[in-house]
Write a protein that binds this ligand. Sequence first.
Ligand SMILES: Nc1ncnc2c1ncn2[C@@H]1O[C@H](COP(=O)(O)OP(=O)(O)O)[C@@H](O)[C@H]1O
Ligand SMILES: CC(C)(COP(=O)(O)O)[C@@H](O)C(=O)NCCC(=O)O
Length: 315
Amino acid sequence: MKSETIEKYSPYISFNRAEWSNLQATQISLNDIDLKSLQGINECLSLKEITEIYLPLSQLVNLYYSSTRELHKTRNAFLNDKTKKVPYIIGIAGSVAVGKSTTARIIQYLISRWADQPKVELVTTDGFLYPNEKLESKGLMKKKGFPESYDVAKLFRFLSELKSGRADVYAPVYSHLKYDVLIGENQDLCQPDVVIVEGINVLQPPKHKKKGVKSFVSDFFDFSLYIDADETDIESWYKERFHLLRRTAFKNPESYFDKFAKISEHAASQVADRIWSETNRVNLIENILPTKNRADLILKKGKRHAVTEIKVRKL
Ligand SMILES: Nc1ncnc2c1ncn2[C@@H]1O[C@H](COP(=O)(O)OP(=O)(O)O)[C@@H](O)[C@H]1O
Ligand SMILES: CC(C)(COP(=O)(O)O)[C@@H](O)C(=O)NCCC(=O)O
């Protein structure tokens, strides 16, 4: 089949990098401090990538956001409804190590620079994992990140509270240092305009076995993104990050993984190989990749995280 025909019958329109970066996005000035805070532990993220890929993306999200706000006003006038606007929720899905947190940080930053300077909160679904104690008792420690390792009912309650317009909403917090949920610690979401919910599970369907939960997490999303890349690239990013963490965060004696900072490079590579192939790769194939085509926008990355293709759902 010719590619034009495939495109015609696809629910997405597709842009290559050059087409996307030629879209007329409003430019903003970024300085070195902004870039450093967006890079996190890795210095590969470039200003060029932000300008060519993430600025047009932020502008497109702004179009959707503005039309939702407009719809809210006209709908309220028509229904004579006085309900205040509720937060606009953006979901970001994709494999472990594909770059969800980094993308979420970039988008959070760019949205906060829109003309009306919305208040943007970032929430990761790690906080909704069951505590290690419970995962251990259920034999799920090697299934962290799989659908059954999350308290989905708690995630639903949190999203319902946000979308009800409640003023005081709290999200549970996960520590990568402790490799566990921090009991008693909460992220206070104080009346945000936009909330970015990032996690491997955000486009997954409900578990039918469990009674009561029938909706999708993504029912609460106004816009959703899936970050995609070839499995071999994601695997190498996972392993690179593992080795980088060995030289940094794992050295902290409080780190759950401090034992991995003390072993040889070769032994550490074997550990990373095992965690990737037994846990994260299986989860990607069985539970994450099948959710890709539920997203409103798919960002496909190539080598060194450079975005090569962007697909936007047709309206
Ligand atoms: N756009 C990007 N450019 C360069 N490096 C990136 C980019 N996105 C992610 N990374 C790097 O890839 C690794 C995984 O990214 P991260 O955001 O932690 O993934 P996730 O949240 O999906 O697990 C990290 O080392 C991160 O610094
Ligand atoms: C807690 C996580 C499931 C969350 O993944 P993330 O949303 O950070 O991509 C992941 O970091 C994890 O711990 N996976 C289990 C195997 C591993 O240690 O990588």
